[in-house]
Design a protein around this ligand. Sequence first.
Ligand code: ATP
Ligand code: SF4
Ligand code: MG
Length: 336
Amino acid sequence: MIPAAADMKALVQVEDLAKTFDVSAPWLNRVVERKPRQFVHAVDGVSFSIPKGQTLALVGESGCGKSTVARLLVGLYAPTRGSVHFGGHDTAKLKGAELRSLRRRMQMIFQDPYASLNPRWKVLDIVGEPLREHGLAQGGDALRDQVGELLRSVGLAAADCVKFPHQFSGGQRQRISIARALATEPEFLVCDEPTSALDVSVQAQVLNIMQDLQHRQGLTYLFISHNLAVVRHVADEVGVMYLGRLVEQAPKKSLFSQPRHPYTRMLLDAIPDIHMSGRARTPVQGEVPNPLNPPQGCAFHPRCPHANARCSSERPALRTIAGIRVACHAVEEGRI
Ligand SMILES: Nc1ncnc2c1ncn2[C@@H]1O[C@H](COP(=O)(O)OP(=O)(O)OP(=O)(O)O)[C@@H](O)[C@H]1O
Ligand code: SF4
Ligand SMILES: [Mg+2]
């Protein structure tokens, strides 16, 4: 299991991370319509750590805060609360050269390989840009060689560097994104639904390339997906998010064989025969509540078959029970 946040061997440590967005109507509208300000607690007190060379996957339905966690980790958003430590350094305290070096050591791969590549640039410029920006290539020939090597590492040809993004398939474009992310020789890759836009067969190829790179280069991944079959393929550890909070975190094997939280159980029950037991698939029940007006107590209680009075009034804390982190009164009380 991934060690507690205090373990210094972890490459990435996230402690009580939170991000609140102000989604209020403009001031004048609020005054005229007598509306209060409104806030979305997109991420609300998330803590985890990832040891070097391991993959933590984050799963959960749309809007639960996965991408916001990803953006907070790589510095695209400033946290409202909490901290991110990388290699033992508090990322919020780094400035100048130290911050640039940190940015080099962590990279992000986005979901949409069509939108994330500049259509007017050749692959040489797309993959070579971070090399130039960080002064990692000495001269044009060296840059071309390095880009060629990066393209080969993701199963493309060095000669592809003269082409434009529109000359590639979706899977090939995502390989170009991975090659670009690898250009600065990062240690940590944050992958936000990197294969969701791809066909199933192409997904497997890209996932295999990512796993191969991890083994060869010792990469550490935060891997975000709503697809549990993909998570099962790539993760060492899985964190399940619901309305901005982690509700369960466990090693992949125990999460899939013995899910504890009722929400994790609901997600697993929705996958076609994940345990190969001949059990029928049960579609996910109910809908995610409005994040502007989340339920009191356990946010999952309106959808939970095990909810009782305590659940609707008291929010369960994430506790370590038998080596698994889980936030559920019923699990804590031994009711389920
Ligand atoms: N820039 C923003 N401004 C306002 N609200 C935002 C912003 N980004 C995210 N949110 C809100 O924060 C919540 C979490 O969004 P986020 O994109 O992190 O979810 P997600 O788990 O990645 O969802 P999906 O699976 O659909 O990608 C949502 O309610 C979303 O509407
Ligand atoms: S705390 Fe209660 S409502 Fe929430 S998941 Fe556990 S049993 Fe269900
Ligand atoms: Mg997202």
